[in-house]
Each structure stands twice: as C-alpha cells, then as structure tokens.
Design a protein around this ligand. Structure first.
Ligand SMILES: Nc1ncnc2c1ncn2[C@@H]1O[C@H](COP(=O)(O)OP(=O)(O)OP(=O)(O)O)[C@@H](O)[C@H]1O
Ligand SMILES: [Mn+2]
Length: 925
C-alpha cells in the first residue's frame, strides 16, 4: 500500500516484517486483494480526482494487508517503507527493537523523521462497503515523497499519526545523538586551530569559506555549543540571601532582646520587635536584590554584533548567535566576537591589551604556527574580546563563549569582586564614622539609664533599637540602588551607562569634546560635487547608497572628454575601496560607500573586475590616505598601478603630475594653489573633500580630481548644544576633517566661531604642553587631528581643571574616550572599539541624549545628597531625643518598637514603596 504515486491501490500486510517486504512495480496488481469495501457515503471519485475530492469511504482489513513498494529496491525506500509499515502495524509498533531495526535498514531511515500524514479521498475502485465505519485514504509524506495508504479506519489513522510521531521523535533523537557525537569530534581547541593550516580548520569544521554555514546547521551546532556568551555565575539561592540579612550583629541583638522579652512575659513587645525586624530585613533584602538585578541587566543592554557569512550572504548579526565553523569578517574598529582562526588578513593589527596586557597591537597573519606557546605567539588567531585596531581580515570561528580563550579569563574574573564606586566608598566611610559615634552615645545613654535604676531590659532594647535606627547600615545599599535605578532610567532615555560611578561624574561635566563625523553628523555620506583635474565640474543628485540619482556635468567644454575624465576619477574611488553595497545597505565605511554610490549613479558597473588587487595600504586616521596596488587583468604588460584616495594635502604631496585629458602635466605651484582653492570652496559648504589620484609609483602619482561629500549635522544638535551651554557645559569640535569643513559644520551647530579659535593637529605638534594648556580653553574647533591629538587635547583640558566628556564613534576616538572623564560612544553606528573604551553609550546616536543624561546625572547626585542629609537628621533626632530624656530623667518618649518603626519609614525613598506593599499584603492576608 505504500506507493510513490498518489493514486493508490496496493495495501500492506501489516503483519509482514519489514525485512520481508516485496518490491513490486507500481502498476502491478496487489498480490492479495484484501479490500473489502463495505460502504460508501458518497459516490467514489475516479482515481485522478482522488486528491481533490472529499474523503470517500472504504475499508481496509488491517490484519491482512499487503505491501507494494513503488520503486526499485534501494536501501532508502526499504528503510522508509519499513518505518511507515511499522507505523501502521498494529498497536505494538512502538516496540523499541522494531524501530531500531528499521533504522538500521538504511542510514537514511532517519529521513522518515519527516513523515507527514494527510488525508486524501478513498480510492475509486473500492466498492461500497456495508459497515458504518467511515474510511479514509491517508497520504504519508516520507522523505518528501508521497505515499498513500488507502482505506484506513479513523482509529487506525490515529494510530498511524501517533506512531509516526513517536517514530519520528525516536529517529530524530537517534540521528541527533549521532550527529552530536560527530560534531563533538570535529571541534578543536583554539591552540590546535593555530597549529594547523586554515584549510584544515575549514575542512575539519566542514565549512566552505565562500558560502559559510547554513542556517539550519548553525541552529544545530548551537544546540551543542550553546550561545556564544558567558553564563553569569549563579549566586546563592534567594532564601540563603534572605537569611544572610539576619547575620547583621545588630539584628541579632534585637532578636535576642525579643527573646528576652518573651521570657519576661512581655509578649506584645516581643511581637512588635520581631515584626519590625522582619520588615527591616525584608526591605534591606529587596533593596539589595533589586540593585543586583539592575546591575545584571546593565551588562545586557548593548549586545555586540558582528559580520558573518551564512548561505553566501554576509549578514550583520548578534555575536551571541555565532557557532564554531561560522565565517566572520573583521574590519577596523570591530570587537572580535569569538576565537577566530584567520584565513585572510590585510594589515590586520589587533589590540590584545585586555587579554595579554601587551599595549602594542599584534600584527596578524594566516600562516600556521607550529608549536604555539602562549597567546602572543598565536599570530593567526583573533581572540574573542580583542579589538581590531586597523586593517581587515576573514576567519573561521573555532571556539565560542566559555570555550574561548577569553572564557577562561572570564571565569577568573568572576571570582573577583566588582570594585566599589568612589561614592560608595565615601558612603562606607561615612557609615563607619556614624556607627562609632552612635555606639558611643548609645553606650552613654545605657550607662546613664542603668545608674538611674531604669529597667535593664528596657534600656537594652532601646539601646539596640537606637543603634539600628541611627547607624546607617543601609547607606551604601541605598546609594547603589539609587545609582542603579538612575542608570535604568537613563537606559530608558537611550543612554547606557556601563559603570555606576559614571553617573556621579555626569553631574559635574563642564566641557564636552565632540568628534564631528558620526557624532555631530550622521556619517551618511553622499557625493554631491565632483571636480576633475581639468576643471570639469559636476553636481550629483540623489541620496543613499544606491543608484538613484544622476551626475550632471556643468562646465563642459567637450562633453565626451569630460565624461571620460569623470569616469577615470570615479574609477579610482571604486577600486581603492573596501565597502560593498547590498541592495541599499552598506557594508564598510560610509566615505567609501559614497564613492561606490556615485559610480553607480554614473552607471559604472563591473569596474572592479578589470583589476586584480595585489596589495592594500589601509586608511588610518594618522595617514588620512588609502592606496591599493593593482594590475590590469586584461593588459599584456602586467604593469602595477596604484590607486590612491585621501585628504587633499596628503594626496597632493604624493602627486607630481595632474591629468589633463589624455596627457599628464607636471604640477606647478600655481596649479596646486588652484586645486586647494577648489577644495576650500567645497569644504566651506561643510562638505568633506576626498582627493583621488593614481600612478605607477606611490611617490609619483597623477592627480585626477576631487569629490565633495555631504554629511549634514543631525537634527537638534544645535538645540542640544545650546541647552548644554545653559547647564554650563561647553562643546568643542574635534575632527580629522579639514579646517573649512570643520568650521562650516561648527557654525551650523551653533558653536561660537567668533570668539572661539581654531587649532590644527600640526599646530598642536608645534606647541609645548604649556602653551596648549594656556589656549585650549578658548579653542572651539580642532581640525585635521589624529587620535594622538585628540588625547593631547583632553589631557590639556583636564590639566585646566575641567571635567571632560568626549563623544566619538570611530577607532580614532577610542584613546581619547578612555582618557576623558566620561567617554560617550555612539551605540548604533559607532565601532565596537569606541564602545569598549567608553563609559556611556548613546543607543540611537542621538546627541540630544547627552543632555538628558546630564540632567539625570545631576538629579541622581542631588537625590543621594538629600537622602544622606535626611538619614543623618533622623539619626541625630532619635539619638538626641532619647539622650535628653535619659539625662533629664523623663520617661522614655519612644519605646524600642516605635524607634524601629520610625526607622523603617525613614529608610530611604526607594524602600517606602515596599513598605506600603508589605502593609497592603499584611492587611489582605
Ligand atoms: N576611507 C577613506 N579613505 C581615504 N581617505 C579618507 C577615508 N575616510 C576619510 N578620509 C580622509 O581622512 C579625513 C579624516 O579622517 P579621520 O578618520 O581622521 O576623521 P573622521 O573620523 O572621519 O572625522 P571625525 O574625527 O570628525 O570623526 C577625511 O577628511 C578624509 O579626507
Ligand atoms: Mn568620527
């Protein structure tokens, strides 16, 4: 009855064992015709209509069914049939052994895991039957082929369904166990991966470096390896933490006094003291728990991402979803998402300082390391958690999560206690001082009371209660909670603070140095202007990384010639480029994306295919220049050509000629001046200028022209800066861009360009620290600076007593971000390197958020100060009240219980809510 076609007739003898199955041609008649049709509720449809017609009726004598298998006998069909037969064979089918047998018949038996059952109409040739049991044909989808079983009773169908499910599950599990065992054999340690060739690693982990893993395979591997993350050490169970709270000596003393009260038969006292203790302890517990939880939540706020190749698509995804075997692309500014065996590395330098302590970035290669000793020697491995300082590379993930080398380190780190914030420390000190004073006073009160002959137990409980009330043992916790809650509130306003002390600093920042590209502007680049070396001038329309737009030539003398010149110019931009545009999404640097887009708008396709890239000199913020060495694939003379792009002054320095139509003319000082003026004119509009050149040697280039790239300020930056100014925070622009561009953007966002000065990186180099310190406060725009200068500027500002915030997005900002009192990174488009170096991250890159965060910071600081004042005053009030009463021999105005209650109510604003909850709870229950 198992059949390849959907028209069904043959039937299975379900008593036959799987291994005695007969293989019959589909057309051949069944060996035993056991269909004994009894009834038909509707007229039986013809065979061809079997699928489309509603289920007819028929009957199958399950006990004596026959089998017919459609195809030629293969292990596969045998196995499949076996499984399906098993499925329909009486109730006993689920017998473990039979299933195992079935599976053994052929490896592919497991494919039967895909068994799906669908109802179809009963076969046409069945004659009306006499019983009232409605019969059905069912269709079984085995291994993507359709089999039909005819005339099945509802009960049988249920059985089939059930058995199929059981079998699929068992087979699935068997197959899975086998696969897991296989996969576990192929994993290798990071060290092993380093010692074999990249090809070996690829084949061991069964992945093609051109296509990557399939999504399905990744899903499977992840079931084995788990997510690429560290599971945070599970602390003590909650009840233990709760009991922990009772271990406070004061609480124990109070408990003791409650016990003594019981012995003295003062039950109401005992009761109220115990209740009070429980509430005090509960409040403290909830506070601590909450602060722990919110701190935990903090670490999860910015999930790291990476670029990974799956099913031939380069995807940007969360690093936690990586599995061994994934192909990962690394480029400048990335955080390495797992332990990666590199198979491609272009000038790849990785900062492993967090890992090895080595401050110099380590240059990576792809060759195997024979006997790797220590992390520094594994030159072909990019370790999880390290940062790509420059260059780019590709590699295969060998280990993830806790299996990575960083995972080992992480485990060690977990045992270290998190350092306390300065504020927490000062609160600790304050707490201890207060305790000492309080104990002293309480001791005095008790002695005095004793001398006066007051009841000793009363004095004791009052003394201890006073101690509980006056000693601010909850102070550090309250500070933490307030900070942590503030941090969560900031997170809601899209500012993520990585460490609590940052909140304290936020309240007192008075200068913010902001980098331009990506912070003030969107870093969404569009080429809008082109000027060739001949002076042809073109405007470009359209925005975004696509071909929507056009290149309009303006001053064209000979339009063919002009078109050719523009083509040659844009060609450099395409070849000297590492970005790619997929659909409309850009992978890579926006500046390079803009150059690709303008070429698309100029309808230049397949430019890249003409050249073979031999070498690359990557862009760095120090050099402000990028070059590639190529050969023309179709040239007979394989001559090397350099394609160069970068900041105008850097490119011009390498040029000796400029292109004029088909000629190359020596660059005169006059021509250079002309070019600089052109660049100035473009820059003055706030455009970024990129010069393009090519030539046979890097020292002897031919200048081809300029492009002006538009990257306007984000909305509301101007308003935010104004608001910051009102809070007493000054904003300075620090950029790698040219002076005129920086100044133009500076005035667009409302910086004081009249009184403020401008200063360039070169000028800073020529100054002493002292001179810089003297003038740095008055500078509002720093231009053409390198990462090193950004650092110098921050230091000079700090030397003047400023509390400096620095905002940035790029690798070039990371050092300065680290040095600044508060480093603020862009969360969406910022690089991992700068996020790592920063203290605070703006989730949606919105400059306005800085204002909100500073507001919050000030608010939190204010809250804590108020709280401390409040706590101190209640302590002093309670202490002095009892002390005075004792001295003047007045009966005690407050008994122990009352003191405790006051303490509970006063114990901090965050606590109050819980007390109210508790009361409500007590009332209800
Ligand atoms: N991919 C690139 N290739 C070549 N040159 C580039 C590239 N990107 C930028 N430049 C040149 O380098 C200059 C600035 O680079 P740099 O990285 O120092 O600053 P930035 O980060 O882009 O700006 P900011 O410091 O304001 O964020 C640009 O003005 C441009 O001329
Ligand atoms: Mn930047």
């Amino acid at each position: 009855m198992l059949h390849q076609t959907t028209t069904a007739q043959p039937i299975v003898d379900d008593r036959r064992q799987t291994d005695t199955m007969t293989d019959t041609e589909p057309s051949s008649p069944p060996t035993q015709q056991n269909i004994r049709p009894r009834e038909s509720e509707s007229s039986s449809p013809p065979p061809s209509a079997a699928l489309s017609e509603p289920p007819g009726a028929g009957y199958i004598d399950g006990d004596r069914a026959q089998t017919t298998v459609a195809d030629t006998p293969t292990e596969e069909t045998a196995a499949m049939t076996a499984t399906a037969v098993l499925a329909i064979t009486a109730e006993a089918v689920a017998d473990e052994k039979a299933i195992t047998d079935a599976a053994v018949v052929g490896e592919k038996a497991a494919a039967a895991a895909n068994v799906e059952v669908t109802e179809t109409a009963a076969a046409a040739d069945e004659k009306p039957a006499s019983t009232a049991v409605p019969l059905k044909n069912i269709e079984i989808n085995v291994n993507n082929k359709t089999e039909v079983i005819i005339g099945v009773t509802p009960q049988m169908q249920i059985n089939v369904n059930r058995e199929n499910k059981i079998i699929s599950k068992k087979l699935q599990k068997m197959e899975k166990d086998k696969l897991i065992a296989e996969h576990e054999k192929m994993w290798l340690t990071t060290k092993e991966a380093s010692a074999v060739s990249a090809e070996d690693v690829l084949s061991r982990l069964r992945v093609n470096f051109r296509s990557g893993l399939s999504w399905k395979e990744c899903e499977f591997r992840r079931q084995i390896t788990g997510y690429n993350e560290f599971s945070v050490h599970q602390g003590d169970p909650l009840w233990k933490k709760y009991i922990e709270q009772f271990r406070n000596p004061l609480i124990l003393l109070l408990l003791a006094s409650a016990v003594v009260s019981v012995f003295m038969r003062q039950f109401d006292d005992a009761f109220s003291i115990t209740t009070a203790i429980i509430i005090v302890v509960t409040v403290a517990f909830i506070q601590e728990y909450r602060s722990e939880k919110s701190l935990e939540a903090l670490t999860k706020l910015v999930p790291p991402t990476c670029r990974c190749l799956r099913e031939e698509q380069l995807e940007s995804m969360y690093a936690r979803s990586l599995v061994p075997g994934d192909i990962v692309y690394l480029s400048t500014g990335d955080r390495v998402p797992a332990d990666i065996r590199l198979f491609e590395a272009t000038d790849l330098a990785i900062d492993e300082s967090s890992f090895t302590g080595e401050t110099e970035p380590s240059m990576k290669t792809t060759e195997l390391v024979l006997s790797p000793k220590g992390h520094t020697s594994m030159k072909n491995i990019a370790f999880m958690g390290t940062l790509v300082r420059c260059g780019n590379g590709k590699g295969i993930v060998v280990n993830t999560g806790e299996k990575s080398e960083f995972g080992e380190l992480f485990k060690l780190m977990q045992n270290e206690e998190a350092p306390k914030t300065p504020l927490q420390n000062s609160m600790d000190i304050l707490g201890t001082q207060l305790s000492v004073y309080s104990f002293f006073i309480i001791g005095l009160i008790m002695i005095l009371g004793w001398i006066q002959g007051r009841p000793i137990l009363d004095m004791f409980t009052i003394g201890v209660s006073l101690a509980v009330a006056a000693i601010p043992e909850g102070l550090p916790i309250v500070v933490t909670v307030t900070l942590a809650l503030g941090v969560m509130r900031m997170a809601n306003r899209k500012a993520i603070v990585k460490k609590l002390p940052t909140v304290e600093t936020l309240g007192c920042v008075n200068v913010i140095c902001s980098d331009k590209t990506g912070t003030i502007t969107n870093n969404e680049m569009t080429v809008t202007t082109i000027i060739t070396s001949e002076g042809y001038y073109a405007d470009v329309s359209g925005t975004g990384y696509n071909d929507q737009g056009e290149v309009h030539l303006l001053k064209s003398f000979s339009s063919e010639q002009a078109k050719q010149s523009i083509y040659n110019l844009l060609e450099i931009g395409v070849i000297c480029n590492n970005a790619t545009i997929n659909g409309e999404t850009l992978q890579g640097q926006p500046t390079e994306g803009a150059l690709l887009a303008v070429a698309m708008k100029n309808r230049m396709y397949g430019v890249n295919e003409k050249y073979l890239k031999l070498q690359e000199y990557p862009f760095s913020s120090e050099q402000k220049l990028m070059a590639v060495k190529c050969v023309n694939k179709y040239d007979d003379v394989k001559e090397e050509i350099y394609f160069v792009k970068g900041a105008l002054e850097k490119v011009l320095k390498q040029c000796t000629k400029y292109s004029n139509g088909n000629d190359k003319i020596s660059l005169s000082a006059k021509k250079e001046q002309e070019i600089s003026t052109e660049a100035y004119e473009i820059g003055r509009k706030g455009l970024r200028v990129i010069a393009l050149a090519k030539g046979e040697s890097l020292q002897d280039l031919v200048y081809l022209g300029l492009v002006g790239i538009c990257d306007p300020p984000k909305p509301f930056v101007r308003e935010s800066i104004e608001q910051l100014y009102n809070y007493g925070v000054k904003v300075k622009l620090v950029t790698g861009d040219a002076q005129e561009t920086a100044v133009a953007i500076g005035s667009m966002i409302g910086l004081d360009m009249i009184h403020g000065q401008t200063l360039s990186g070169t000028q800073i180099d020529n100054m002493s620290d002292h001179q810089l310190k003297a003038m740095v406060n008055n500078v509002s725009v720093f231009y053409r600076v390198t990462p090193r200068h950004k650092l110098t500027i921050i230091k000079a500002l700090q030397a003047n007593g400023n509390v400096v915030g620095m905002t940035g997005d790029g690798v070039n900002d990371s050092v300065a971000l680290k040095k600044a009192d508060i480093g603020i990174a862009m969360g969406k488009n910022g690089t991992d390197v700068c996020k790592e170096a920063s203290d605070m991250i703006l989730v949606d890159d919105d400059f306005q958020t800085i204002v909100a965060a500073i507001e919050e910071g000030k608010g939190i600081f204010f809250n804590i100060r108020n709280f401390v004042k409040f706590q101190l005053s209640t302590s002093i009030a309670a202490l002095s009240l009892i002390a005075l009463a004792t001295i003047f021999r007045i009966p005690n105005p407050l008994n122990a219980m009352q003191i405790l209650w006051i303490n509970i109510i006063m114990d901090g604003p965050p606590a109050q809510r819980y007390i109210i909850y508790l009361f409500i709870y007590l009332l209800i229950s």
